[in-house]
Write a protein that binds this ligand. Structure first.
Ligand code: ATP
Ligand code: MG
Length: 559
């Protein structure tokens, strides 16, 4: 696995753009575009492309267009368009006036096709797609010319206009570019430019029954919009000669297509087909399920836009396919949340703790720091009393040597509060499970310090039983339990689902958390980063999603 794609800073695309700006190519302008097909929601891979396209434009004083690549009429749905806009905005980017639909250029594209026919560079071909397979052949051997290749221009013009008028059924004819049947690049062997498809297009609504292919449409969209640098993923490298051929033949504005490697990540799948399958088969709860790598899923998990942008900057861009460690994204999530998330005390797996020498009818408050990384965040009061909850895992009856938390006879610090020493436990007579832990406190340690300077190694978190609220907490984990669940490209990924990817618990939380604002980020001390779910969380009835634990596996790998 390649854990480090490239050094950040001047990646090759930045270098190209910088050189072009300096040399005055495109008169120093930078115009990029992000062109999603509106047939699904955006995922972290798209985010890489969004950050790159919008990021380069912003960095060099240019503009970046948001373009719905809606040339394929059967697959697209309008609901996706709004979702894509929202996600790009949420990531922190702005297309200004440059929101476009590729389908708005259909008339212009048709005119360009007619121009190619007039030049003798395109022809109407009536071979079926089955027959064409034989004509096109294999890369090692030249293909055969279509019997319609040398149809006269006038006849081509007439047939093409009849295609547009709906006079032929689907698949009866196509418009082909007349390029080179001997080219080793199959994309250059008279590729299809237009096909007949009597399908209703959601945006042009019945006006068209012929549709341009991706290869014909994409370069024209870029040209019409005055794009300077057309950044796309590596699989389009073999299409670039066709991109260039079409624009050269038409003699129109000719952007430079530059390819970069897709983002692939461990422990997840990114193909839309697989994501849709996971949703439809009920493995997850929808496009915004926090276990998905979708932008809205990450948002609902509590991932911040800044951490995604920082991650994308860090991975940079390269020319080779690789697999990026999900731990790296998690590292940037923690890095951002560490700086901004408010701290609070919550107990996920509570057990009662009783302080024997603390009066039953008394209580007091201690000062807790809201965010040690940000002094301006101030402090808050947390209530304390005779009965507390602590984490079941923070007590062991018979602890191993290096266990510094609570155990019989051991002294620990209660975060922000005081020192306590364990005097015993009460167990359920049948199950043997510990029901209560008994302790004595040192009243002179109020605030957490040892009065005589004695060493107390362990610090644990707690909440006051009388004051605690109860909150639903969803403990999310990775959706897959192998690094490359999609490796075989088949349906095997479904056998690698992590059965423990979601566990919901009732947590005891400090009072301030009961009114946590929906959409806020909180660090539960010693446990991880949590997010007050913007869909389900209500004042007095909070729901927290775990964004990340505190264990930084990336930092641990010594990167
Ligand atoms: P799928 O193949 O799953 O349908 P797609 O790549 O065709 O996905 P588009 O909507 O066409 O999805 O993608 C929009 C833009 O996002 C394209 O420019 C594409 O290159 C880019 N993109 C998509 N996936 C990734 C990825 N994993 N890494 C980087 N860029 C990506
Ligand atoms: Mg696509």
């Amino acid at each position: 696995m390649n854990t480090e794609e490239t050094a950040p800073g001047k990646h090759f695309i930045r270098q190209i753009i910088e050189r072009d700006v300096r040399s005055g190519k495109w008169s120093g302008r930078v115009v990029t575009r992000f062109p999603p097909e509106p047939n699904g929601y955006l995922h972290i891979g798209h985010a890489k492309s969004v950050c790159l396209n919008f990021g380069m434009a912003a960095e060099y004083g240019g503009t970046c267009h948001l373009r719905m690549d809606d040339t394929n009429p059967v697959k697209e749905e309008l609901e996706y368009v709004e979702a894509i806009k929202e996600d790009v905005r949420w990531l922190g980017f702005d297309w200004g006036e440059h929101f476009h639909y590729a389908s708005d250029y259909f008339e212009q594209m048709y005119k360009y096709a007619v121009e190619l026919i007039r030049q003798g560079n395109a022809y109407v071909c009536a071979l079926s797609s089955e027959e064409w397979k034989d004509y096109r052949g294999i890369p090692e051997k030249p293909g055969m010319e279509s019997p319609h290749r040398n149809r006269p221009v006038d006849e081509n013009l007439e047939l093409f206009s009849m295609m547009r008028a709906g006079e032929f059924p689907d698949g009866a004819m196509v418009l082909r570019a007349k390029i080179d049947m001997g080219s080793p690049n199959l994309h250059m062997r008279d590729p299809v430019l237009y096909r007949i498809l009597k399908a209703k297009h959601p945006h042009t609504d019945g006006v068209w029954c012929i549709y341009p292919t991706y290869d014909f449409a994409h370069c024209l969209e870029d040209s019409i919009e005055g794009i300077t640098h057309s950044l796309c993923t590596l699989e389009f490298e073999v299409h670039r000669p066709l991109y260039d051929w079409i624009l050269d033949k038409l003699g129109i504005h000719h952007p430079q297509q530059i390819e970069f490697a897709r983002l692939n990540m461990t422990y997840t799948v990114m193909s839309k087909r697989k994501l849709i399958n996971l949703i439809n088969e009920g493995y997850v709860d929808g496009w915004d399920d926090p276990r998905l790598p979708t932008v809205r899923g990450m948002r609902r998990r509590g991932v911040t836009p800044a951490s995604i942008r920082n991650f994308c900057e860090r991975i940079g861009v390269t020319k080779y396919d690789s697999l990026t460690d999900t731990a790296l994204l998690e590292h940037f999530i923690r890095d951002d949340l560490n700086r901004h998330a408010t701290r609070a005390l919550a107990v996920l797996n509570p057990v009662k703790l009783i302080i024997e020498n603390y009066p039953e009818d008394e209580e007091e408050e201690f000062d807790a720091v809201n965010n040690p990384e940000s002094p301006d965040a101030g402090t808050r009061k947390i209530p304390f009393g005779r009965e507390l909850y602590i984490e079941r895992e923070d007590f062991m009856e018979d602890p191993p040597k290096k266990y510094y938390r609570l155990a019989p006879g051991r002294e620990v610090r209660l975060r922000y509060a005081c020192l306590i020493t364990c005097t015993g436990v009460k167990k359920d007579e049948v199950s043997g499970e510990i029901e209560k832990i008994y302790c004595r406190w040192d009243p002179d340690s109020r605030g957490g310090g040892a009065p005589d300077g004695r060493k107390v190694k362990g610090t644990i978190h707690w909440v006051s039983a009388r004051h605690a609220g109860e909150a639903d907490v969803r403990l999310y984990d990775r959706l897959f339990n192998v690094e490359e669940p999609g490796a075989d490209n088949g349906e095997d990924y479904l056998t690698h689902i992590n059965q423990d990817s979601l566990r919901t618990v009732k947590a005891k939380v400090e009072p301030s958390l009961m009114n946590a604002a929906a959409g806020s980020h909180i660090q539960f001390e010693r446990l991880g980063y949590f997010y007050a779910d913007h869909v389900n969380s209500k004042p007095g009835k909070p729901v927290f999603n775990r964004t990340a634990t505190l264990r930084d596996q990336w930092a641990k790998k010594g990167q």
